[in-house]
Design a binder for this molecule. Structure first.
Ligand SMILES: *Cc1c(COP(=O)(O)O)cnc(C)c1O
Length: 435
């Protein structure tokens, strides 16, 4: 049960800091769920098998050999500006993980969504005899294979970005693609999908309804595959691969992560798959040396109410008299994934919430200081370090975990979850938005 002070603040849509009381020390090599390192490595190997096909379908992936990965960038000017604005010391270094600039889908969904479509494609291709074991996957772009895919449908429910990643990849492979969009989804995302030949079904209701209707439609068609954002282990593992890639990037930049050099990672959270998968991977690799925090809007803190109550997908933000409505369209989710919430119980450090007005402030600050555009949902990540460093609850976390003296050697990663596909006129609109 949620303690009464926290519950009151949640109900009043106040910004809160929740530290996870169920977090456990990581036992080296230990397993905290049915999934493990082997599953993440398996997912990474699958993405490598598909790399030749991706290079063919999406020429922009050629410089990276068909591997869709984003830069990890130091952002010292943003760090200094945040410290000055909030009047707090910001020791260590702040980095931006630019999933906003991932190829093909322009958001973190390029990890999970694309992985799931590829995994399904591999299974279908092997079962239909389109691929022999060990054959070059580039073959799947041939007309005979596309003809098979065109008789199959892939469907998904989405607030926008997941639909874009699944829709664009499915259509590129030749599938019929259907995206069930909630009312939160932006018009330009629907337009972009339609321009790729994707069928967009619009709902006046929220994300959970779009998922429900999408699943119903898919279940009626034996040749249709439904991507289940709330329960999919495939999506989750696709996201988790990010950790292996990040580890290599940190190594290449000579950034240590160990007992003396803690790593803090802040990720915006919607239903939980993306931040959950990334956290799961990072905890497997760095154990107790990495501290992962999710950030959610005050009107849609679905993972917070799920984890803090222990009820997971058994509660919604509406049960706390919240609207679920937020300018952070990628985070506009009223009910979290129960699967992810349970996996996160021993791993996650905490969850912070923020008011919508701050999304635009952080977004503008990054644009002004570093000339980098990210979408408002992604800008929520910056509320992570600010909350940890400037609130008493954040300080308490640092003290309890013996981290205060290590802050000068610490690394903070704000996970920028989306933005590069946002059209110019919408960027301008965002920049002029003050709430
Ligand atoms: C989807 C999304 C998230 C959160 O991912 P979930 O899997 O829904 O928790 C965060 N930011 C952006 C921009 C997104 O599109």
């Amino acid at each position: 049960m949620i303690n009464s002070d926290l519950e009151r603040s949640i109900r009043h849509a106040e910004e809160v800091v929740w530290l996870n009381p169920k977090r456990q020390p990581m036992v080296p090599g230990g397993c905290t769920s049915s999934l493990g390192m082997g599953d993440i490595l398996d997912a990474e190997a699958r993405l490598e098998r598909f790399a030749p096909l991706l290079m063919h379908l999406f020429p922009e992936t050629r410089p990276q050999g068909g591997i869709i990965e984003s830069p990890l960038l130091q952002i010292p000017h943003m760090q200094a500006t945040l410290a000055a604005h909030f009047g707090c010391a910001f020791p260590g270094q702040l980095l931006l993980k630019q999933d906003s600039h991932l190829a093909v889908a322009g958001s973190v969904k390029a990890r999970g969504g694309i992985y799931e479509v590829l995994k399904h494609t591999e299974e279908l291709a092997l079962s239909c005899g389109l691929l022999a074991e060990g054959e070059n996957y580039r073959r799947l772009a041939e007309p005979s294979c596309r003809a098979v895919f065109s008789r199959h449908t892939i469907q998904v429910g989405s607030t926008g970005n997941l639909g874009m990643s699944i829709g664009i990849m499915s259509a590129a492979l030749g599938y019929q693609a259907v995206v069930h969009m909630s009312a939160d989804a932006r018009q330009w995302k629907k337009d972009l999908l339609r321009s790729h030949g994707v069928t967009v079904v619009e709902y006046a209701s929220d994300y959970s309804q779009a998922v429900k209707q999408g699943r119903l439609a898919s279940d009626q068609d034996p040749n249709s595959y439904f991507v289940d954002d709330e329960n999919s282990k495939n999506l989750f593992l696709g996201y988790a691969v990010a950790a292996l890639r990040l580890k290599r990037q940190l190594l290449a930049q000579n950034i240590a992560v160990d007992a003396q050099h803690p790593l803090f990672v802040y990720i915006p959270c919607g239903v939980g798959g993306a931040p959950g998968g990334i956290t799961f991977g990072l905890k497997q690799l760095f154990g107790d040396h990495v501290h992962c925090f999710f950030v959610e809007p005050t009107q849609a803190p679905c993972m917070l109410v799920g984890m803090a109550s222990g009820l997971h997908n058994g509660v919604s933000v509406q049960d706390y008299d919240l609207t679920g409505l937020t300018h952070a369209d990628g985070l506009a989710v009223g009910r979290s994934s129960g699967f992810v919430g349970r996996v996160m119980e021993p791993l996650l450090s905490g969850i912070f919430t923020l008011q919508d007005s701050r999304l635009y402030d952080y977004m503008r600050a990054l644009l002004t200081t570093q000339d980098i555009f990210i979408e408002p949902s992604a800008a929520a990540a910056f509320h992570g370090p600010i909350t940890l460093l400037s609130t008493s609850a954040g300080q308490e976390y640092l003290r309890q975990n013996n981290l205060t003296s290590k802050l000068p050697q610490s690394t903070h990663i704000a996970w920028a979850t989306g933005g590069s596909l946002v059209p110019e006129e919408i960027r301008t609109e965002y920049q002029k938005t003050y709430l």
